[in-house]
Design a protein around this ligand. Sequence first.
Ligand SMILES: NC(=O)c1ccc[n+]([C@@H]2O[C@H](COP(=O)([O-])OP(=O)(O)OC[C@H]3O[C@@H](n4cnc5c(N)ncnc54)[C@H](O)[C@@H]3O)[C@@H](O)[C@H]2O)c1
Length: 251
Amino acid sequence: MARFTDKTALVTGAGSGLGRATALLLAREGAAVACVDLFGETAEKTAAEISAGGGRAFPGEANVADQNACRTAVADAVAAFGHLDVLCNVAGTGKFSHTLDLELGAWQTALDVNLTGTFLMCQAALPHILEVGGSIVNTASIAGLRGQAYAAAYCASKGGVVLLTKALAVEYAKQGIRVNCVCPGGINTPLIPAGFIPPEGAEADLIFRASAASPRMAEPDEVANTIAFLASDEASFVNGTALVVDGCTLH
Ligand SMILES: NC(=O)c1ccc[n+]([C@@H]2O[C@H](COP(=O)([O-])OP(=O)(O)OC[C@H]3O[C@@H](n4cnc5c(N)ncnc54)[C@H](O)[C@@H]3O)[C@@H](O)[C@H]2O)c1
């Protein structure tokens, strides 16, 4: 199956975890992929892996919270590939903290990267996506659908991604493009050890209770498969959805 033959894609967060898995999958299915990450060397590794497998890719270093960097990343992709069919906003960050200890800077970083970064990439890519009738897939979280203890900034940012997605879907539906998002539960990626550890004195149970029905963590490929489905023509009549990928949803 090659759902992305002759298609081009830009994937943010492509240097690690879910973004890397998404970039590799889209490339395996025929897409030329711009692999964008805050850390250029990780983006380079993903792009090199795609090229080594016979695919077409190039790396880009960009902070999605920076409007000019987003515009440049999109312009570079269009210059390299000629057009842009698919945008996958996967870059994200998150840390657990008691709300009383949550510093304004940490709140702002979560909002800047997860929500504003998704908006800025969508805004930069939309003219090109509209030109070809393409598709955008954003990455929210089950933490964007329900409260999660010690994750005020993360929940607020991911809830924003869900409604940003729905707003864009409604605004542009009649112009022939689709905008969806995935809401993963726990995925086995470096994000978990990096930030998703209960703060001292917190109840771990409070964090995971809402996912209690899920039998296990997901592997990145399992969520990448869902992103690829939403990005592909197989999802031609799916627009504005927030698709939960958490093993057994309670949402
Ligand atoms: N891991 C989980 O359990 C889980 C659950 C639900 C949602 N998510 C979401 O999935 C997405 C991918 O996370 P992951 O688990 O693969 O984590 P990860 O840490 O493995 O990957 C995140 C990638 O985003 C990049 N990134 C971070 N800030 C950036 C910025 N400002 N500009 C550009 N790139 C930036 C990082 O460098 C990294 O390569 C995130 O949006 C995350 O919130 C993860």
